[in-house]
Each structure stands twice: as structure tokens, then as C-alpha cells.
Design a protein around this ligand. Structure first.
Ligand SMILES: C[S@@+](CC[C@H](N)C(=O)[O-])C[C@H]1O[C@@H](n2cnc3c(N)ncnc32)[C@H](O)[C@@H]1O
Length: 280
């Protein structure tokens, strides 16, 4: 029997959730690219690492980035998280559904009791449109193959008047000490920037949202301090970076650098963009 057909019908009937779903890898990946292979391996080796990092990071109010993100989501209705990873946006939301490419990440979500997960691509979500009260993409839009397509999908999935909340890496706000630390870290790994397949998304996100049909609601940035006082915390920071092609010796150097920042925290600048599908 054709699994993809059967799966779509079950989703349409709203029978999403439970272990069975994470076992269905029906949604074929696009043609294999170096990046897809790298990211699949990365998340297979360290599921939940983004959540582990960001849960420990705090803004000036003492909140982590997920508290900030979740604060912009409606309390009721279906919330669809595209590139959900281990599902940090799920707590407190009975209507939460997570989608991710990585089976290992979805397993990590399930271990935390976030069971309503679907394995698939955010560029072609196997769910019926017009039903989600909110769509979110936390630290995932810039790593997908085609951010414009993901936003078009988000628009299709939302009910009229529904919101999209996007969390992205940003350049600011950071302190001078943060800038210096990142510069030293990048020298250690031999890169000019942390690579994402589409870093331009940070600049283009507003025009991509407009092109998909969204109305802008808000666009803010905050600095989240991540503590690197303990060796394991410093290592987690380095290990959470996508570093394709960086030799192991350079990764060890970066860990060495981060371990010696002393009694400090490094700022992670993040941007939260909120937009709305116009009411019908
Ligand atoms: C940096 S992690 C963020 C995970 C989670 N949202 C969080 O905030 O902790 C990026 C996630 O996007 C997923 N991902 C990358 N490309 C994807 C795509 N095209 N479709 C669905 N998920 C994708 C990865 O497997 C990974 O779990």
C-alpha cells in the first residue's frame, strides 16, 4: 500500500499524534545535497541540542527565547511548528503539532511527551490547509531549502487571521565583549561566519513574508545571555554550531577558546518576527 496516500488521509481526519506518526517516513526528501546530508547527520548525532542551548539562555527579563516566542502564540487552536526539533514550543499547548525532517529530533520530542509529530519537509507539509491558528518556525527558516516556499506553505496552513511567529539568528543586539568572543571563535574554526544554507533569509524575511501574502505585525530583537562558566556549557555552545567541513582539530580549538572565557556569558542575538494571514 502507498504509505504517503494513507498518511495524508489520516491527517485529514485529524488522527494526528502517537508513536505511529514518527515512524512514518513517507515524505521523501528532495534530491540529496551536501547540506541536507550534513544537517541530517548533525541532528541524528545531537537531537535536542538547539533546545538545550536556548533553554539555558536568558534575556534581561530572565526569560529564555522560547518563552519570548510562545508569548506571541495564541493559547487556543492548532499550533504548527515547522522544523520543530525536539519540540520546545509544545509545552502548554494541547493543539501543538511539530514537523521536522529529522527522525532523531522527533524521537527526542516524544521522549519529552511531545507526541504529535510528523516527519516531513517544511516546504511541502502533508497537512490540510486553513486549519492552524498559528504557525511557528524556531531557528529553522534559515536552514530549510527554500524559505519562500516554507512561508507559502505556512500561509496555506493557517486559517484566515492566523499568525506566524518566526525566531531567527540576528546580528544585534550584542555587546562588544560578545563581538570579540564571536570573532575569536570564528578564527578558531577558520570561518568568517556560521554557515547556514540561506543566511540571506535574515535580510529577506520581511519581503518573503509579504510575497507569501502576510501582513506584518511586529519585528523585534533581543540578546540572550548563555553562560559558559562550566566546561560542558562551553562545549555545548560550540557543538550547537553548524560547522560543515571544519576539521575536528579546529572544533577542539573552538572548545578550548570557549572554555576559557571565564566567569561570563556570551550573548545570543535573536529576532522574533510576527506576521498575520489577512482575515478573509
Ligand atoms: C536549529 S534546529 C531548531 C530546532 C527547534 N525548532 C528549536 O528551536 O530547538 C533546526 C531544525 O530544522 C529542521 N529542518 C531543517 N530543514 C528542514 C526542512 N526543510 N523541513 C523540516 N525541518 C527541517 C532540522 O532537522 C532541525 O531540527
Amino acid at each position: 500500500m502507498d504509505n504517503s496516500h494513507r498518511s495524508s488521509i489520516e491527517v485529514d481526519r485529524g488522527r494526528i499524534g502517537g508513536d505511529r506518526w514518527s515512524e512514518i517516513g513517507w515524505h521523501a526528501l528532495s534530491e540529496s545535497t551536501d547540506w541536507l546530508e550534513y544537517i541530517a547527520q548533525f541532528h541524528r548525532d545531537r537531537p535536542g541540542i538547539t533546545e538545550a542551548l536556548l533553554q539555558r539562555s536568558r534575556d534581561e527579563f530572565g526569560d529564555n527565547p522560547y518563552v519570548w516566542l510562545i508569548g506571541a502564540l495564541p493559547r487556543e487552536g492548532m499550533v504548527l511548528d515547522l522544523g520543530c526539533g525536539s519540540g520546545p514550543t509544545a509545552p502548554g499547548r494541547s493543539g501543538w503539532v511539530g514537523l521536522d525532517l529529522s527522525r532523531a529530533e522527533l524521537r527526542a520530542a516524544q521522549v519529552k511527551g511531545r507526541t504529535r509529530v510528523v516527519q516531513g519537509r517544511a516546504e511541502a507539509v502533508p497537512l490540510t490547509g486553513g486549519r492552524a491558528a498559528a504557525v511557528t518556525a524556531s531557528m529553522s527558516l534559515m536552514v530549510t531549502d527554500d524559505a519562500g516556499l516554507v512561508l507559502t506553505e505556512a500561509y496555506r496552513l493557517l486559517e484566515p487571521g492566523g499568525v506566524i511567529v518566526i525566531l531567527l539568528p540576528a546580528r544585534d543586539p550584542v555587546s562588544w565583549a560578545d563581538r570579540l568572543r564571536y570573532a575569536v571563535l570564528l578564527v578558531a574554526v577558520g570561518r568568517r561566519a556560521v554557515p547556514f544554507p540561506h543566511p540571506e533569509v535574515e535580510n529577506d524575511v520581511l519581503s518573503l513574508l509579504a510575497a507569501a501574502g502576510f501582513d506584518m505585525v511586529a519585528d523585534d530583537a533581543r540578546r540572550f545571555g548563555y553562560p559558559t562558566t562550566v566546561r560542558s556549557q562551553a562545549d555545548l555552545l560550540v557543538d550547537s554550531l553548524y560547522l560543515p567541513g571544519v576539521p575536528a582539530a579546529r572544533v577542539r580549538s573552538a572548545r578550548f577558546v570557549a572554555r576559557h572565557w571565564g566567569d561570563a556569558s556570551i550573548g545570543i542575538p535573536l529576532r522574533r518576527v510576527i506576521a498575520r494571514r489577512p482575515a478573509a
